[in-house]
Unconditional design. Structure first.
Length: 255
């Protein structure tokens, strides 16, 4: 089911989105060689608590997960694509970190992700991250009233494939509202002019995920959550919660 939000709903979702943006900014500022993933989760928890917000991640357990997710932020390092579980692992200089965070405020959810290098960046990692954000921007630009889900998916996929990167099978964006995952599904590759029409008041998370090695395959680590590249190549993830409006796409999770 796809819920159409009112203009008042979108304003409320924007406040949840601001909390997510502040949490991701705080994580990025704290991330440095020697800082543990658990410490970064603690930083995100502090931001949510200060805003009076809850976490849609903490305790989340879909049917495929062996245990509930134990943190408020997914932290995926190097060959981890998504769903990385924060633990006592310290970051190293040159690590590629993807941080995915959500917030629940006054019953509405925001969801966003960023990727960046900790310390000194490798040129190939910078290109990978830049392409992830370019794909995100392309998907957002296509998210307009009168377009279709396939137009968003095609815009994302075209950027990723042109750069020679892989797109993880089975992963993509989704609707956002009162819960973190609602309809419709928003694939990261597709055919233009196909799929559900976009209407004013729809809210979707657009989230390209790129595999540096060019393949699309992945596996789930022993923790039951972390999704890693098969070939060991690095991955990047970028995401915003976006409202479809008559005035064009509106990013709800920007600062």
């Amino acid at each position: 089911m796809v819920e159409i939000k009112t203009n008042e709903d979108l304003l409320a979702m924007r406040e949840a989105g601001r909390v997510v943006a502040r949490a991701l900014e705080a994580v990025r500022e704290k991330a440095a060689p020697g800082v543990t993933l658990a410490e970064l989760d603690g930083v995100a928890r502090e931001v949510l608590a200060a805003a009076g917000a809850g976490s849609p991640f903490l305790g989340y357990r879909p049917g495929w997960a062996p245990v509930p997710f134990p943190a408020v932020v997914c932290l995926s390092v190097n060959d981890a694509i998504v769903h990385g579980v924060p633990d006592g692992t310290p970051l190293a200089d040159g690590d590629l970190l993807s941080a995915d965070c959500g917030a629940v405020l006054d019953g509405w959810v925001g969801d966003a992700a960023v990727s960046f290098t900790v310390g000194r960046a490798r040129a190939e990692d910078t290109r990978l991250v830049d392409t992830a954000f370019e794909a995100l921007e392309a998907g957002i630009a296509a998210a307009r009233v009168g377009k279709r889900i396939g137009d968003v998916a095609h815009a994302i996929g075209r950027v990723c494939r042109k750069a020679g990167y892989g797109i993880p099978d089975g992963f993509g964006g989704h609707g956002v509202g009162r819960t973190m995952h609602e309809g419709p599904d928003v694939p990261n590759e597709g055919r233009p002019g196909r799929g559900m029409p976009l209407r004013h008041g729809m809210v979707i998370a657009i989230e390209p995920m790129l595999i540096g090695g060019g393949g699309d395959h992945h596996y789930t680590a022993r923790d039951g959550w972390t999704v890693r590249t098969i070939d060991g190549s690095r991955a990047a993830h970028a995401e915003h919660t976006v409202a479809i409006t008559d005035d064009g796409p509106r990013i709800l999770t920007a600062l």
